[in-house]
Design a protein around this ligand. Structure first.
Ligand SMILES: NC(=O)c1ccc[n+]([C@@H]2O[C@H](COP(=O)([O-])OP(=O)(O)OC[C@H]3O[C@@H](n4cnc5c(N)ncnc54)[C@H](OP(=O)(O)O)[C@@H]3O)[C@@H](O)[C@H]2O)c1
Length: 221
């Protein structure tokens, strides 16, 4: 399998790259800064700022030339867990900036890579979301993060419906509270958070689509 992971240089994304490589897959590690460390396995670093249309076009061209297909796209990169903001007084420029990375980035990247995903026999799209996007459990706070992840969940549902006939399985995954730079100390280990993402990237053909999961179990939208 050939998988592309955005934000693969640290946190959950890095661990997803390691776990997919451990399973024997070819991993394209998207990162907006050069990756200095040698991660081992079949891990290929690619420059990819998900807010850059030029980077996205270049990645699509590179994957097309080298592999002619893509089996799994993991939209993991995200910003702005804005615990310091409330919806009532949020800086809307910050919300807009969050949307560039958390919504438009995955959306544009998915559009650019769809022709290559359609070349796969088992195409999968994983949108790394958060329980903070669950409308059922929605309270106040983290407005930039919450609204952009809600929109990512909506995109997940739409893509799943539109691509079902093509066999593309599209799901939103919450990794749980994970001890990363974003999650802070106290969360569970990155390996546990990444496992649920890897699960969705490696679903069998009769696996779910258009779902919202954590640890392979459904979450309320
Ligand atoms: N940690 C948690 O508790 C938790 C809970 C629920 C959901 N999640 C979700 O899990 C995913 C990974 O989170 P994390 O905890 O690993 O976060 P993290 O430690 O803050 O890492 C974020 C990653 O996204 C990358 N990134 C940010 N903007 C980017 C851009 N424009 N282009 C490309 N890469 C970009 C970062 O790259 P740089 O190094 O260049 O900044 C970094 O690799 C996110 O979607 C997050 O919302 C996390």
């Amino acid at each position: 399998m050939i998988a592309l992971v955005t934000g693969g240089n640290r946190g959950i994304g890095r661990e997803v790259c390691l776990q997919l490589a451990e399973l024997g897959h070819t991993v394209l590690l998207g990162s907006r800064s050069p990756v200095a460390e040698e991660l081992g396995g079949d891990i290929v670093p690619l420059r990819l700022d998900v807010t850059s249309a030029a980077d996205i076009a270049q990645v699509a061209a590179t994957v097309s030339e080298r592999y002619g297909r893509l089996d799994a796209l993991v939209n993991n990169a995200a910003i702005a867990y804005d615990t310091w903001q409330s919806a009532a007084s949020a800086d809307l420029d910050a919300v807009r900036e969050a949307a560039e990375t958390n919504l438009y980035g995955p959306w544009r990247l998915t559009q650019a890579l769809l022709p290559l995903l359609r070349e796969s026999a088992h195409p999968r799209i994983v949108n790394v979301s958060s329980e903070a996007a669950s409308l059922t459990n929605m309270g106040g706070g983290t407005p930039a993060y919450g609204t952009t992840k809600v929109a990512l969940n909506a995109l997940t549902r739409m893509l799943a419906a539109e691509l079902r006939a093509d066999g593309v399985l599209v799901n939103a995954i919450c990794p749980g509270w994970v001890a990363t730079d974003m999650g802070g100390p106290g969360g569970r280990p990155v390996a546990a958070g990444a496992a649920g993402v890897v699960w969705a990237a490696t679903l069998p053909d009769d696996g779910p689509t258009g779902g919202f999961f954590r640890d392979g179990r459904p979450l309320p939208w």
